[in-house]
Structure formats: structure tokens, C-alpha cells
Design a protein around this ligand. Structure first.
Ligand SMILES: Nc1ncnc2c1ncn2[C@@H]1O[C@H](COP(=O)(O)OP(=O)(O)OP(=O)(O)O)[C@@H](O)[C@H]1O
Ligand SMILES: [Mg+2]
Length: 341
């Protein structure tokens, strides 16, 4: 199989290829290459918070290697499966068989299912198995050892690399429950939200936003400095891709409803209240300030926040306590961010 797709993503796709996305994508390719080179499955674990973009990355990778038919049967170069919730090990084996096209996917004992699965993975010439939301397996199976042993057997018997994707720290739990399994997962990565504390992170965040705006055919309010707007967007979304897209999609829709293409502050403010405020209840709405003010991210430390809440000053950018004023001096300034092209 030619392992490199002609382009990272389809030109019509809304998936944005940012540096971390490309880095992780290449990392998956490298695991496949190392497997061919060493003759042993080189597996990868990908963790991240909810909405970081893990599924998008894994599904984008899989979609570049579609299954195809040959005279000797179906070939599945990259076999992507979402873990249902809740699920037992046996339920997961059945789910995988079903996704492979086994007409009797749910029949038989676990050992029989496993042996059919191993047989199909080999026959379909699978070169990578992606198991998304793997943490669902341990939410249901208290016995971690069963899950990790099942995975180890599948990997060892097929000699195919696995990419397992899940919530932060949960994936590690599975891997650490079995030393032989742990050894096979030399590559362990986390898909991080965009950073604001480092200049490169701020630039990458701003570049992602500009790309998304281009895709959505909308623009930011030009009366607010770009750096100032980015600072507010980052605070509002925590740099988590799902939150960023959620805010941008909904404010773009609001703009279109008003026959416009400018994401002005009142519009972003409405979108934040409607789409993010309940998901991120500790946040104040940064778009309520006028465009001339400099937004100061309020305190994020839960304990301090609670103490300030009792004093009636929690999370309010306008009413900054002396303590949080001192803390805010270390926050990057909005002017540190990209200037507009
Ligand atoms: N590279 C990207 N380009 C554009 N949008 C993206 C990208 N990655 C993620 N998104 C957006 O973020 C949303 C959530 O992403 P995704 O489902 O991949 O997150 P996740 O890390 O798998 O979350 P969970 O842990 O809850 O499953 C997607 O529906 C999509 O709108
Ligand atoms: Mg996901």
C-alpha cells in the first residue's frame, strides 16, 4: 500500500491542518513505517481533553485510506472503530467484527470472536487499527487486566499496529496494566489545546482562527485590534478546537441571519452566551466589553475563585481584586499576538 495520501485532507473538507495536527498525523505514519521496518507492531496512544480534536484527526487519517474490493475480498488498510459506551470486552470484539462485515458478529464465545477477528484483520490486510474512545472499555470493565490482556493478544497475534484514542489519563491506565502491552506503545502523545502562554502558541491559535474564518467566509470586527480579539477568543474557548469551532460556527450563522459577514462583538457575545456559557460556567463573557478596552483574563484558580465569589468579585474582568490584579501582570498582553496581515 502507498502509505502517503496525496494530500493530508480532502480540499473540500472543513478540517484544518494546524502544526500539532500535522505532527500527530505524521507520527501515525511513522508508527506504520516502524512496524514494517522492525517486523513488530509499533503502536501509538493518543490522549486529550474532550473536544481537543482527537476523533477528527483519527477519522481524517482513516478517510485517506478507504476500504476497497479485490478479487480476493475486501481490503481495509486502516480499520477505524469507535468504542460504544458502555461496552464489555466481548461487546467490543463483536463491534469490531460487525465493522469488518462479519454476518455473525455477535455469535460465539470471546475466544471464538477473537480468533475470527484476528483472521479477518489478516485477510483484509489491515495495516493500522484505530480504536477511538477506548476509555469506554474501562468505564465498564472494572478489571483493567482483562482489557489490556485482550488488546495485547490482538496486537501480538495480528502484528498490526494499533492507535488507541481516548480521554486524558484513561488510556495510560489501560497501558500500564500490562507490561507487555505497555512496551508495544512506545509512542504516547497528547493532543493539547492551543496555548496562550507561549508566543508560538498564540500565533498558531490566531492562524487557526483566521483559517476557520476563511472557510466560513466571515471576518472579525475590524474595529477591535486583532491581538485583542484573539486574546478574548482564546479566553472564551480555552484554546479547545471544539469550543473555537462552536463559537465561530454559531456567530457566523448569526451574522448570516443579519445578512452580514462581520463577527462583531455583540454577535460573538450572543454566540458565547448561547453555545459556550453553560459548558464553561466558570467563564465570564469576554465579548461584553467594548472593543476599546483591554480584556484581562480573570483568575482561573478554583480556590481563589471561590474565595472571590464569596466577596462578590469572581471572574469579573471589570472588578479586579488586588490579589488578582497582581497575578494578571504575568498574563501575556494582547499586543503579543499576531498583527493583522
Ligand atoms: N482540525 C480541525 N479542523 C476543524 N475543526 C475541528 C478540527 N478538529 C476538531 N474540530 C472541531 O471540533 C469538534 C470536536 O472535535 P472531536 O470530536 O475530534 O474532538 P474529540 O477530542 O474527539 O472530543 P471527545 O473526547 O469528546 O470525543 C469537531 O466536531 C469539529 O467541529
Ligand atoms: Mg472523540
Amino acid at each position: 500500500m502507498n502509505n502517503r495520501p496525496s494530500s493530508l485532507v480532502s480540499p473540500n473538507s472543513n478540517v484544518i491542518q494546524y502544526p500539532q495536527f500535522n505532527d500527530l498525523y505524521n507520527c501515525i505514519l511513522k508508527c506504520q513505517e516502524l512496524t514494517r521496518l522492525s517486523g513488530e507492531a509499533n503502536c501509538m496512544a493518543l490522549e486529550g481533553c474532550t473536544g481537543a480534536g482527537k476523533t477528527t484527526l483519527a477519522a481524517t487519517f482513516a478517510s485517506a485510506f478507504n476500504r476497497y474490493e479485490t478479487e480476493s475480498g475486501t481490503k481495509i488498510p486502516v480499520f477505524y472503530v469507535e468504542t460504544p459506551a458502555p461496552v464489555t470486552v466481548k461487546g467490543m470484539a463483536a463491534r469490531m467484527l460487525e465493522a469488518m462485515g462479519d454476518p455473525i458478529a455477535h455469535r460465539g464465545a470471546l475466544w471464538a470472536m477473537n480468533s475470527r477477528l484476528i483472521c479477518f484483520i489478516k485477510a483484509c490486510e489491515v495495516e493500522l487499527v484505530i480504536l477511538d474512545d477506548i476509555h469506554h472499555l474501562i468505564e465498564h470493565n472494572r478489571v483493567l487486566a482483562d482489557v489490556s490482556n485482550w488488546l495485547k493478544v490482538l496486537i501480538k497475534e495480528t502484528n498490526v499496529p494499533f492507535l488507541i484514542v481516548g480521554q486524558e489519563e484513561m488510556v495510560e491506565l489501560i497501558l500500564n496494566a500490562n507490561a507487555q502491552l505497555s512496551r508495544l506503545f512506545a509512542e504516547r502523545r497528547t493532543l493539547q489545546p492551543f496555548e496562550w502562554s507561549a508566543p508560538d502558541g498564540r500565533k498558531e491559535f490566531a492562524a487557526f482562527i483566521q483559517f476557520a474564518l476563511l472557510n466560513l467566509r466571515v471576518q472579525l470586527d475590524e474595529t477591535v485590534k486583532v491581538g485583542e480579539m484573539m486574546s478574548r477568543l482564546h479566553y472564551a474557548t480555552d484554546g479547545v478546537v471544539a469550543n473555537m469551532m462552536n463559537l465561530l460556527y454559531s456567530s457566523a450563522l448569526l451574522a448570516k441571519e443579519e445578512n452580514g459577514d462581520k463577527l462583531r462583538l455583540p454577535l460573538l457575545s450572543r454566540a458565547f452566551d448561547a453555545r459556550l456559557a453553560r459548558h464553561l460556567p466558570h467563564k465570564s463573557n469576554p465579548f461584553k466589553l467594548s472593543g476599546q478596552e483591554t480584556f484581562q483574563p480573570p483568575a482561573t484558580n478554583g480556590l481563589i475563585l471561590r474565595a472571590e465569589a464569596r466577596q462578590g468579585t469572581a471572574d469579573l474582568p471589570h472588578s479586579v481584586s488586588n490579589r488578582s490584579r497582581a497575578r494578571k501582570k504575568s498574563q501575556p498582553k494582547a499586543s503579543d499576538v499576531l498583527t493583522k496581515n
